[in-house]
Ligand binder design. Structure first.
Ligand code: SAM
Length: 276
C-alpha cells in the first residue's frame, strides 16, 4: 500500500487543456476528492471521466472536514484537495486543513499548475523579481482605501484579485491613493475566449474600461507598478524635515511647514509624527 498523502492539486482557471497529466493521474487514483464546491468540481471530474468520492471543504466546515480527512489518511487512503479554479489556498480555502494534516504527521504534496496571479504576472510586462500578492481588497471603499494607503509606498509590483462588481470602484480608489499616473495592468478572463491584458496609467485604464462595459465583465487580476524608489527617497527626506521641525514646533505646525517645504500632504507628514 502506498503512503497516504493529501495532494493539493491545481485545476484550470478557464481552459481545461491546462489540467496537467500528473494532476489527472493523481485525481484518477484518489480515494477522496475534497472540493470547495462539489458540483463545480464534479463537472471537471466528469469531463475527464474521473469517478471519485467527493466531499465539500469550504470556509464554514474546514475544521470538521480536517478531522474526517485525517481519518481517511489514517486508513491509508489517498486524498486530493481542489478548489473551484487554480491553486487551492490561494485566496481559497485549505490553510487550516493543510496545517491540521501536517500537524497530524501526514505528508502533504503539491501538484502545481494554474494560478491566476502567476499567469497574469508572467504576461504583464511588470517587474516580476519582487511582488506583493494582496488577494482581494476589502469590499467597502473606506477599508479598501486604508489598505491601499498602507501599500502606496511599497516598491514591489502589487497584485490584487478583483470581481466584475468592484473592478471600477477599486481602480478608482487606486487612482486616488496611488495617483492617476501610476501604471497598471488589468488581466481579464485569462485562458478564456475573451482574455484581455491591458496596461496604462490608472486614469487611462479607467477611461478605457468605462468606454467599453464588456471590459468590466469577468474575472480580473490587477497588477500595479510598485512605487518608484525615488518617491521613497523623497519621503525619507520629508520625514527628516518634519521630525527636525517637530523638535522646535508643535506637531501640527511642524507638519504644515514641512508640507510647504516638500509639497507633500500635511496629513501624511502629521501621520509620521503621531505614529512615533
Ligand atoms: N485559487 C485561484 C488561483 O489560484 O488563482 C484564485 C481563486 S479566487 C477565489 C478567484 C479570483 O481569481 C477571481 O475573482 C479573479 O480575481 C482571479 N481569477 C481566477 N480565474 C481568473 C481568470 N481566468 N482570469 C483572471 N482572473 C482570474
Amino acid at each position: 500500500m502506498s503512503e497516504p498523502v493529501l495532494n493539493i492539486v491545481a485545476t484550470p482557471i478557464g481552459n481545461l487543456g491546462d489540467l496537467s497529466p500528473r494532476a489527472l493521474d493523481v485525481l484518477s487514483s484518489a480515494d477522496l476528492v475534497a472540493a470547495e464546491d462539489t458540483r463545480h468540481s464534479g463537472r471537471l471530474l466528469a469531463h475527464f471521466n474521473i469517478k471519485a468520492e467527493m466531499i465539500s471543504v469550504h470556509d464554514h466546515n474546514e475544521r470538521q472536514r480536517a478531522d474526517l480527512i485525517i481519518r481517511y489518511l489514517q486508513e491509508g487512503k489517498q486524498v486530493v484537495l481542489v478548489s473551484d479554479a487554480g491553486t487551492p489556498l490561494i485566496s481559497d480555502p485549505g490553510f487550516y486543513l493543510v496545517r491540521a494534516v501536517r500537524d497530524a504527521g501526514f505528508r502533504v504534496s503539491p501538484v502545481p499548475g494554474c494560478c491566476a496571479f502567476i499567469a497574469a504576472l508572467s504576461a504583464s510586462g511588470l517587474p516580476s523579481d519582487r511582488f506583493l500578492f494582496e488577494g482581494f481588497l476589502p469590499p467597502k471603499s473606506g477599508a479598501r482605501r486604508q489598505r491601499l494607503e498602507l501599500l502606496s509606498k511599497e516598491t514591489p509590483t502589487l497584485i490584487f484579485y478583483e470581481s466584475t462588481h468592484r473592478i471600477l470602484a477599486s481602480l478608482s480608489d487606486m487612482a486616488e491613493v496611488f495617483g492617476p499616473e501610476r501604471y497598471v495592468v488589468v488581466a481579464r478572463e485569462l485562458t478564456k475566449t475573451f482574455e484581455t491584458i491591458h496596461g496604462g496609467a490608472l486614469s487611462e485604464v479607467i477611461e478605457w474600461m468605462q468606454a467599453d462595459p464588456m471590459q468590466q465583465k469577468g474575472e480580473f487580476v490587477v497588477l500595479v507598478h510598485g512605487a518608484a524608489e525615488k518617491e521613497n527617497l523623497l519621503d525619507a527626506e520629508a520625514e527628516r524635515i518634519v521630525r527636525l521641525l517637530a523638535t522646535e514646533l508643535p506637531p501640527k505646525k511642524a507638519a504644515g511647514l514641512a508640507a510647504e517645504i516638500t509639497g507633500l500632504k500635511k496629513n501624511q507628514l502629521y501621520q509620521v509624527l503621531i505614529e512615533d
